[in-house]
Structures are given as C-alpha cells and as structure tokens.
Design a protein around this ligand. Structure first.
Ligand SMILES: [Zn+2]
Ligand SMILES: [Zn+2]
Length: 157
C-alpha cells in the first residue's frame, strides 16, 4: 500500500492532532526493553521524519514532555498527551529528526517496517519473516542503507 499524502495522527483522546508534511525517512520496530515499557506492549514502532515536517493542527500547547536518556546516554525527550497519556513522538538533543510513535497515525495500514531491531529482548512468542524485513539482535549496522531500502519500497513501490 502506498503512503498517503500528508498522513495525520492523534493521541487516543483526540485532543492533540498532527500532520506529517514531508516524506518519512524510515520505519522500523524496536523490541528493546525501553520500547516495551514505553508502549506497554511487545515493541515500539518508530517512523523517523524531519523535525520540520511535523505540524500540529490541534492541541500543540497541551503537549507534555518527559526527558530520559537514550542507550548512548544522550537526551531523549518524549512528548505525550497529558489527558490520555498517549506517547506521540521522541526527539534527541541533536534535534534534526523526530521519531513518531507510528501507532498514533490515523491510517496504519501502509506501515511496513524495513527492520526489526533489538530482537535480543523481543518477546519469545514473536516470529519474524526475514524476507520482508531485516532482523538485528541489537542496533542495525547501517541505518542509512536501511532508510534507502525502505524509501524505495514504500515511497516508490
Ligand atoms: Zn489525548
Ligand atoms: Zn527501543
């Protein structure tokens, strides 16, 4: 399925709504313990976009932030709706890219990850189709290469 133009998303209660105004870079799932805790589920889905591509169409002033550390010790800023608690995106202190928590998109049918990462800590009942996505025990070897593959499959199928 092709990526929709300017996909939109929201928190669960709908107070905060956003639109993505430029083509995303990559989509992957992360099975690290932080992503399991953050999502209260089996894994996180990260859609990486330019920070400048994220536009809020409702509720931006209601966003709340919680800061923590990424695996490499860098700042990770986590944005969420204080009303319903939905995590919407993460940024780091480099600031150029944003990781959208892709389950918050209105239409999730086009979301096809190019990689599953941190499988070292994935839930043991999950199995993976190695033909449709790359699998990594930890961090991917070359995220730039994965991003190019994802863009070819998703943006120009
Ligand atoms: Zn909400
Ligand atoms: Zn993770």
């Amino acid at each position: 399925m092709n990526i929709p133009d300017n996909p939109m998303g929201s928190c669960q209660c709908g107070n905060i709504r956003y639109r993505i105004n430029a083509s995303p870079h990559i989509l992957y799932t992360c099975h690290c313990c932080d992503c399991q805790k953050q999502s209260s589920s089996a894994f996180g889905m990260s859609l990486i976009i330019d920070a400048s591509a994220l536009e809020f169409v409702a509720g931006e002033t209601q966003l709340k932030f919680w800061d923590t550390q990424g695996g490499d010790g860098s700042l990770k800023r986590c944005a969420f709706c204080p009303n319903c608690g939905t995590r919407l995106y993460h940024t780091d202190d480099k600031g150029g890219e944003i990781s959208i928590k892709a389950g918050s998109l209105d239409d999730t049918r086009w979301l096809q990850p190019i990689a599953h990462i941190w499988l070292r800590s994935s839930q043991p009942w999950l199995s993976f189709d190695h033909d449709s996505a790359h699998c990594f025990e930890q961090e991917p070897d070359n995220e730039e290469d994965l991003a190019q593959q994802w863009q070819q499959h998703t943006l120009n199928p």
